[in-house]
Design a protein around this ligand. Structure first.
Ligand SMILES: *Cc1c(COP(=O)(O)O)cnc(C)c1O
Length: 388
């Protein structure tokens, strides 16, 4: 019987029953840069930690197993993973990328990849006809679903049919859902990207990034690139992410439960103009999410009546932290316009609807009553001050 994902977060089938490492339950941290050889032409399988390290390799196997892939690669950050991915392409190649992506990905594509000769078309993959943008030199489609921060939902299986028909790679940044809720490889994606800093690590304490595939050719190229460019995850950070993953299931369930409660609370606030959470039945992507994911996640975006109101919320929150990042046990509130999406050109931000009135919440695992109590207090004080 195929093990459930909660169990896979804790147990890697292939190492089970093995008595290596004194039977340690927690995988050891192999804090070593290099490995001794017992003779010429002999190797333990580990030669140098830029190429392979046992702790990193164990983590890569765990993440690959969670995404139902065959090969996983652990990088020093999400952006290191996406930068490495771009090395699969050459000058003159064209990529269709969603127009609403993590700000750092947009910055990388516009400022680094374009300089290196890669061309991009940025479109709303959730609603535009992708095929219209495919040219002779198109090599890949790059999406997030739901997108950051506007929570647009793209049908992964449908997009993968288009990709396959035109011989393109479908790359899905699955950070927002985590493998606990969504597995793009099962829906036809070729490569899954994660910022492991977020839900996988889950504790706002470690940067990491992942690439996962089940295509042996892609895996071989990535293996070569990681050894050549050298942005692999360090042993201690690998261990921290391994430890984080053990509780992925209960964290995702609890933060999702809190997110739905907060979304419903926000909907009833006079000052709130819109609540964008795919778990709400009125969200345009709700039905697609039900089809392609096992949940709706813990990320939600909402609009308030004006910029002053947004500023006041950011200044008044105490337990909820006004901070960049997401996916940790602590609830964070983010102001995309000056934080995650500050480097995205204003016209693109406006087109995507990222205005000065938009706030993003990454809901953590606190007691939901305490979260709502704080929001109530902050909203109430803001109403009073702004009307006075
Ligand atoms: C944070 C994030 C990234 C970048 O990851 P880092 O670990 O911060 O480098 C990429 N994609 C998404 C969706 C993210 O949220």
């Amino acid at each position: 019987m195929e093990r459930s994902i909660e169990t896979k977060c804790l147990h890697l089938e292939e190492t089970e029953g093995s008595t290596i490492n004194y039977g340690a339950i927690s995988y050891p941290i192999y804090q070593t840069a290099t490995y001794a050889h017992s003779g010429v032409g002999k190797s333990s399988g580990f030669d140098y930690s830029r190429l392979q390290n046992p702790t990193k390799e164990h983590l890569e196997k765990v993440v690959a197993s969670l995404e139902n892939g065959t090969d996983g690669f652990a990088l020093s950050s999400g952006m290191a993973a996406i930068s490495l991915l771009m090395e699969l392409f050459k000058p003159g190649d064209h990529i269709i990328a969603d127009s609403d992506l993590y700000g750092g990905s947009i910055r990388l594509f516009r400022n680094v990849s374009e300089k290196n000769g890669i061309e991009f078309s940025n479109i709303d993959c959730y609603r535009e006809d992708i095929e219209k943008y495919i040219n002779k030199n198109t090599k890949a489609i790059y999406i997030e679903t739901p997108t950051n921060p506007m929570m647009h939902v793209t049908d992964i299986a449908k997009t993968s049919e288009i990709a396959k028909k035109h011989n393109l790679l479908l790359i899905v940044d699955n950070t927002f859902m985590s493998p606990y809720f969504q597995n793009p490889l099962d829906l036809g994606a070729d490569i899954v990207v994660h910022s492991g800093t977020k839900f996988l690590g889950g504790h706002n304490d470690t940067l990491a990034g992942f690439l996962v595939t089940k295509n042996p050719e892609i895996a071989e190229k990535l293996q070569f690139l990681i050894k050549t460019t050298g942005a692999g995850l360090a042993p201690f950070d690998s261990w921290l992410i391994l430890r984080g993953i053990k509780t992925l299931g209960i964290r995702m369930e609890k933060s999702q439960e809190n997110a739905l409660k907060i979304a419903n609370w926000l909907k009833n606030q006079k000052a709130v103009t819109n609540v964008i959470y795919p778990g709400l039945p009125e969200h345009s992507g709700h039905e697609i999410m039900k089809k392609q994911a096992r949940g709706f996640g813990a990320m939600l975006t909402f609009g308030v009546k004006n910029k002053d109101f947004a500023f006041s919320i950011l200044e008044k929150v105490r337990m909820i932290k006004f901070a960049e990042s997401l996916g940790g046990v602590e609830t964070l509130i983010t102001y995309p316009v000056t934080q995650t999406h500050a480097d995205v050109p204003q016209e693109i931000r406006e087109k995507n609807g990222i205005t000065e009135n938009i706030l993003r919440l990454s809901v953590g695992i606190e007691n939901s009553n305490d979260l709502i109590y704080e929001l109530e207090k902050v909203f109430h004080e803001t109403e009073r001050e702004l009307s006075g």
